[in-house]
Design a binder for this molecule. Structure first.
Ligand SMILES: Nc1ncnc2c1ncn2[C@@H]1O[C@H](COP(=O)(O)OP(=O)(O)O)[C@@H](O)[C@H]1O
Ligand SMILES: [Mg+2]
Length: 247
């Protein structure tokens, strides 16, 4: 049984087809890498899965349940968490308060006990590397820290499926390595991940399967090694240098 199943997912913005007939199945426990050039529809895919935009056509099922038409917060309660490529913190709240919001409104929204919510949120902040900045104002954070905060907010909603939109952008190699470890530990906790990322060595290392979009259409799907060798993927996205560099 697929955890998430998309069939014929099509999204038009006026005359532009941002997604065309996308079929995608994600199994529980996978880390799926979602790659493709800028404008290929990756963020739009996250936006339709999480109910931000209605579909033009197609179906989306999560744990065999049709989630089309549900509001974003309802989809979050079902167990789908996400980060935003353009970070979206609550700017008037502290770092800790931002994460606490996730614990109050996420999947186990019954976490009504503020003391427990605070403890859980502090543990999450330690995990994403923001433990020492928990009382900072969000406006004082660097972009990299805001990316970590996105991840913390998403984790606080206790997702079963977590959609990550370019969380590595702007991080240095050491930070990327740390983040890869963190994402693996999140998967080890039983969370399924879809990871949109341009940092190719990171995706290829992390993902057990890779799905490639180009102009809103799937052009390849397979193991990282298969996708890295795929002619259309090399032509449209990776380039010959990647093939040479990765042997
Ligand atoms: N809200 C929107 N209104 C109009 N066009 C949009 C909107 N969101 C995305 N698009 C367009 O859809 C296409 C796919 O965008 P996007 O999903 O952001 O790509 P990616 O995340 O792969 O870079 C682009 O051409 C983009 O301009
Ligand atoms: Mg995007």
């Amino acid at each position: 049984m697929a955890l998430l199943e998309l069939n014929g997912v099509t999204k038009h913005f006026g005359g532009l087809a941002a997604l065309r007939e996308v079929n995608l199945q994600v199994s529980a426990g996978e880390i799926l890498g979602l790659i493709g050039p800028n404008g290929s529809g990756k963020t739009t895919l996250f936006n339709v899965i999480t109910g931000i935009y209605p579909l033009t056509r197609g179906t989306i099922r999560f744990k065999e349940e049709n989630i089309l038409g549900l509001k974003p917060y309802q989809i979050c309660h079902k167990g789908i968490g996400r980060t935003f490529q353009i970070v979206k913190p609550f700017t008037r709240l502290t770092v800790l308060e931002n994460v606490m919001v996730g614990t109050f409104y996420g999947k186990k929204k019954a976490m009504a006990d503020p003391i427990q919510a605070r403890k859980t949120s502090e543990a999450i902040l330690d995990r994403v590397g923001l433990g020492l900045k928990k009382n900072h104002r969000v406006s004082d954070l660097t972009l990299e820290d805001k990316k970590r905060l996105e991840l913390g907010k998403a984790l606080a909603t206790q997702p079963e499926l977590l959609l990550l939109d370019e969380v590595m952008a702007g991080l240095n190699p050491t930070e990327i390595k740390e983040l890869l470890e963190l994402l693996r530990s999140i998967r080890a906790d039983g969370v399924t991940l879809i990871v949109v990322e341009h940092v190719m060595h990171a995706v290829m290392n992390l993902a057990n399967r890779v799905y490639v979009l180009h102009h809103g259409e799937k052009i390849a799907e397979g193991s990282p090694a298969e996708v890295a060798r795929d002619k259309r993927v090399i032509e449209s996205y990776l380039g010959e240098e990647f093939l040479l560099a990765s042997g």
